[in-house]
Design a protein around this ligand. Sequence first.
Ligand code: PSU
Ligand code: MN
Length: 310
Amino acid sequence: MDPKIFRISDEVQAALADGRPVVAMESTIYSAFGLPEPANRECLLRCEQVIRAAGAVPAMTAVLDGVAVAGVGPDDVDRVLAGTAKIAARDLGHAHATSLDVGVTTVSASVTIAARAGIAVFATGGIGGVHRGVEVSGDVSHDLLAIARHPVVTVSAGAKAFLDLGRTLEEFETLGVPVLGWNTDRFPAFYVRDAGLQLTMTVSSGTEVAAVLRANQALGHPGGVLVANPIPAADELDPVRINEAISEALARAADQGVSGPGVTPVVLAAIAEATDGQSIPANLALAENNARVAAEIAVALAAGREPSAV
Ligand code: PSU
Ligand code: MN
């Protein structure tokens, strides 16, 4: 692979070569698009720490000097946290062609990079999905199709709470993506554990997710899997309060005339304001919790790659 297009860090490369567990991470949530300073840096450190504590290697994805990277080294972390270009999967080629200085990767770009690197598990906060009012806007995040297309397990606290979550689940069914509730049969809504939507599949260990993956691949259904991991109960926000905050936030985004990729940052900032900042520690807690579960799954997958499994 041309190293001017795609690069894997030495640490991540060494882990993959040895068959050790690796967890890919996105970078949009650690930039100003996802979290304010200094919560963004704290979030990244906590996620990386919990992944390492489980015995896996974290691999944040980003675009640096036009190169899509899996594994951002300490020298480049500050640049990524300060990134101001939000890069989805379709933007990667153009980011290369124009030698983009820094791009922060969304879920769709991250699963694309993870798949290319041979990383099987990816941790995010909340994925994109079908936006409320899709009948008018047509706004459906490419995250959904990217998850369907690439053989990567995405661990997410459900989808972003201000989406149309019922339609988002329907879309996953259409795309053939298994949505596995982690110790739950309810779809979580980011800040709250239950969006009021039923899931048909529940898992309770990394080994079980690894078994789902192996069976799907053996059966010729090789795309991605979504693990829906609810925010820890202690960190959950009050559903009534958060729904009011979301309504206010969406009204503000509409007033400001923002659309497309601009919606998420405006809405997240407005939710933080409307919850007196309570949404920020909740966001950190769920991201760390997803990193922990992703690491458990990566460890189980790596253990399953022993010669006896062949
Ligand atoms: N959820 C958050 N913060 C974020 C995102 C989601 O709480 O920053 C980001 C993720 O990177 C996700 C992206 O992939 O938003 C989806 O953006 P869009 O809806 O424009 O596709
Ligand atoms: Mn969109």
